[in-house]
Design a protein around this ligand. Sequence first.
Ligand code: SF4
Ligand code: ZN
Length: 740
Amino acid sequence: MSKIIASAAIRGAHKIVERVENKIKEAIDQYGPDKEVAYPNTAYYLPIIYGILGRKVEKLGDMPPIIEYCKQLLPEVPAEDLWIPYLGPALDAGMATLFAYDMEEALKYVDPDKCPYLPGGTEWIDPASDNIWLGAADDVIMRKRGVEFVDGSAPGFAAVVGAPPDVETAVKLAKEMQEKYLYVFMASDHNGVNMAEQLKEAGVQLGWDTRLVPFGKDTSAAIHALGFATRAAMSFGGAKPGDYRKVLLYNKNRIFAFVLALGTVTDEWYAAAAGAINYGFPTIADSDIPEILPYGVCTYEHVVSNVPHDKIVSKAIEVRGLKIVIKKVDVPVSYGPAFEGERIGKDAMRIEMGGPKAPAFEFCEMKDLDEIEDNKIEVIGKEIDEYERGVTIPFAIWVQVAGRKFQKDFEPIIERQFHHLINQAEGVLHIGQRDILWMRISDKAYEAGFKFKHIGQILHDKLHQEFGAIIDKVQVKIYTEEEKVKELLEKARAVYHERDNRLAGMKDEEVDTFYSCTLCQSFAPNHVCVITPERPGLCGAYNMLDCKAAYEINPTGPNQPLPKGEVVDPVKGRWEKIDEFIYTASHNAVEYACAYSIMDNPMTSCGCFEAIAVVLPMCNAIMVVDRDYTGDTPCGMRFSTLAGTVGGGIQTPGFVGISKLYILSKKFISAEGGLKRLAWLPKALKEFLVENGLQKRCEEEGVPDLVDKIATEEDCTTEEELYEWMQKVGHPALEMEPLM
Ligand code: SF4
Ligand code: ZN
């Protein structure tokens, strides 16, 4: 190991630990040792300290012992010319740095008025906002984004410290990383500038949605990248707090991350880089610093220096041992998942299609092979350049597909892909599906030459790439004439209706085969979803027909047909063969699961549940909270905390992860009396359910006035208050059989 790096990293670590020790002392003097300290909405405390050491920092008074531990870890600063052939002392100094940084950043949250960061749940940064710094992400973001690292939609992240020499280089680097699907985490500064500030100056959209995430301007803010990685290991990798070996190995093997050091490498940067090496994350620098080349902790080299900016991303990817396959789409704008979350405001909009002001829809139709011509894309009506800027127009995307193995059942599944496929084009916004389509195309995309026909091109190219097994031909027609759009819309609506009825008419009792989904075993290894006609997967993405089609598209995939066998318990929802399947597929971890019960061996929950149902013992009722609601709930836990308790592929009686639409199923916790038990929902979820037929379901259950008796956060947020509310309105659950 290079002597200079060892001494610089150790020197830097000494400085950091001393500084943080002083800050802790000052904070304790000011607020007292019992003052609470926490990152917003997380079940993982200060994640590095919790993940690696298994210790919870909850109050300021918990910090001094950790600082003492850091001091013990710190090696003596070696003489500059002392040759150290191994990494050990620098790695220890690096770890001490990370613990200290974790506390230094948490201290920023002690006084909310002085906190330099945007709220913890912020995903999208308003371009008009002066403050772009996000600090620690909450658990909702961590789970949502962490899943992408597990399912492969994001290979990893680049932790960028400092800034390249100019705005132009910053934009190029960011785009290159976005196109390679990487998240870009930004912290620290070089000559007073951070790369995120350069991007903002160039009008580039920042935030989790575009994968360009500015954590903070201090070097300590880089800790949020490693904090994210540590939480991912605990949440998805099954690492227990304190199982440092598993946390670090999970990251080395599963999260492809690296540090890009842009600018003068200070002692602090060296110390932080040494910390990152513990995770297997190498550092690539644009300046001329000593390298650490031999293999050891990281897969290949540890520190590589003096890399020119146009090579630095590919060098980093090579050094980290990452393989990225980029499939090209033939359009004049950038294309990739990083552009999926981009928004287009009115000011930046060239044209708008559909939405509240004009009819629009999209539709997928099966054709015979000889009826259509592959890659034939037509725009029927005016093209984008024939409209004035800023108008809203009617729009229809009519896609015809053919393939020897294609079936009519696949139409809705292919149609549902349009959303993310189209959204991945830079400067193209796609919201909704079916006949609630709403799209915008930005000025920038228009200036780059993007036309309506390119929407067809995207669908053609991507459907071939992703569904080559079932699709041989794709032909696309785009309509912009109002009359034609309206005429075709009627046809499409009739088909939408038909599709809905097919599933709505199916009952669990009437089929002899259910379907499995084990997709989430990639991160919750013992989790199994059993999907029945009346019980969709907890993520909301798979109903029974989806599973059936997925099985036919990929017969060896995660969705398999499950013959039910003899009924074991018709009320709780148990069948002989399903019990057996769950036992085997969960690697003998789950003996059986009751499809319709929340109390007796409920189904396991992985982590992608749209909502969580929770028993409220005092109220003899249940509540449901969904992912979008971040406030307090009557069970005393917010969604993020609940998610941490319930997830991971285990059964937790009294709690179950569910999809939102399952609440409207006749089999919704029917073992415990079903819908009549429901006493509390977040307001937005209640509205969503009302739009989808809650009133009708209440009538079917014989409680037509139930909708008004279900409280929301506007009525109460504690169990005591809810109990009073239920008495006041005469909620039926109070009269039901005791739940426990
Ligand atoms: Fe499949 Fe269940 Fe995961 Fe959804 S939550 S992807 S249904 S295993
Ligand atoms: Zn899942």
